[in-house]
Ligand binder design. Structure first.
Ligand code: SF4
Length: 221
């Protein structure tokens, strides 16, 4: 169980999956501190009064909910959590000011199209685990909405996805608690890395390998 000082942003999972060094630069060295270190918000119960409601009687759409899991040591913000009204005989959670019982369903909006890896599903699963802890209610599924496709992709939070999420969160905390930023490892993905100029992966790799002649040559180019 983590405490409040240990909490890391859920988005760090994406950074870690992309590159350990990028993750450490952002979340350990706080290169983007002003954007990344949003303090833990109140738990959902305290925020429930601020829900925006849509016109549908059977669905409440809540936006920008603060999320936290002390089990995973993660915090963040949900794009959207929909709460669907249960049938009277079914069980669900109670929402202050609303009649009946409701089932939470997290939805994460993503630019572009679905990725080939699993990281978007892992991030959504981390959000679901946060909500489960906050609401004390199991969540079976959620959805990813991709801008290019303009449609939802349902994600089931099965045991395999949950395990992957827990393991990645553990790796994230191992990296943060090590206090060490890994050395760069230049690869194709560096070309799309937003921290390229801060990281300077080619130069850093050469320094690591003590290839001083190539460094001088690179500087003359
Ligand atoms: S430039 Fe490459 S090595 Fe450096 S942080 Fe980005 S992805 Fe990682």
């Amino acid at each position: 169980m983590y405490n409040e000082d240990d909490l890391v942003m859920i988005s760090a999972l994406q950074h870690l999956a992309f590159c350990k060094r990028q993750c450490a630069l952002i979340h350990l060295e706080q290169q983007w501190a002003e954007n990344r270190f949003t303090v833990l918000g109140e738990i959902l119960h305290e925020k429930v009064h601020k829900f925006e409601s849509d016109t549908r009687a059977d669905c409440i759409t809540a936006r920008s909910l603060r999320l936290v899991s002390y089990e995973l040591g993660l915090t963040g913000q949900a794009d959207v959590v929909e709460f669907y009204r249960c049938k009277p005989e079914k069980s669900g959670i109670k929402i202050p000011g609303k009649k009946g019982k409701w089932l939470p369903f997290p939805v994460e909006y993503k630019k572009g199209k679905p990725k080939t890896d699993n990281i978007d599903r892992v991030q959504l699963c981390a959000q679901a685990i946060c909500l489960e802890e906050q609401l004390v209610w199991p969540i079976q599924s959620g959805a990813l909405f991709y801008g290019d496709k303009r449609r939802r992709q349902q994600v089931n939070f099965d045991g395999v996805l949950r395990l992957e999420t827990i393991q990645l969160a553990k790796k994230l905390h191992d990296l943060i608690s090590s206090g060490k930023t890994p050395a760069p490892n230049y690869s194709n993905k560096c070309k799309s890395c937003s921290l390229y100029n801060i990281c300077n992966p080619k130069l850093s790799s050469l320094i690591k390998q003590k290839k001083y002649e190539e460094i001088l040559f690179a500087e003359d180019e």
